[in-house]
Design a protein around this ligand. Structure first.
Ligand code: HEM
Length: 122
């Protein structure tokens, strides 16, 4: 039997709750609010599409926008260690607020922490 993916464990609704909470926190964060757009509607939508595939669910981002080329897309934003740490802190808080299963929270955080390191460009 194949192992359940993070997407299966989190569910589509859970992913929606996580992303919603995450961008509410990003919007309030003094460091991150400077580099993100004021209106996060499209950002939320794109991140949902991306994380759906990233966590083993439907590859919605690829279907709609093509290959994400994440590092390249982040080059126009100044991302140092501080920004990466802030992004991950918002994610950690959003996980605590929306995902009751601790093991699942840890698995999600580990996967995102590995990726966040690659976005550092300063
Ligand atoms: C877009 C910042 C890490 C996935 C963005 C945008 C910013 C940003 C400013 C543009 C938002 C917009 O214009 O709508 C950061 C910072 C990070 C980080 C400071 C800290 C390390 C990550 C990670 C992932 C990710 C770890 C994936 C696991 C995305 C995606 C988009 C995006 C999918 C939308 C790309 C598109 O426009 O099509 N990010 N990001 N980011 N980010 Fe990040």
């Amino acid at each position: 039997m194949e192992e359940a993916t993070i997407y299966d464990r989190l569910t589509k609704e859970g992913l929606g709750r996580l992303i919603h909470r995450f961008y509410d926190l990003v919007h309030q964060h003094p460091l991150l609010r400077e580099i993100f757009p004021e209106d996060l509607t499209e950002t939320r939508e794109k991140q949902f599409a991306f994380m759906s595939g990233f966590f083993g669910g439907p590859p919605l981002y690829m279907e709609k926008y093509g290959h994400p080329r994440l590092r390249m897309r982040h080059l126009k934003f100044p991302i140092g260690e501080g920004e990466a740490r802030a992004w991950l802190a918002c994610m950690e808080q959003a996980l605590k607020d929306t995902v009751p299963d601790q093991k699942l929270r840890e698995d999600i955080f580990a996967a995102l922490a590995r990726t966040a390191v690659h976005m550092i460009n300063q």
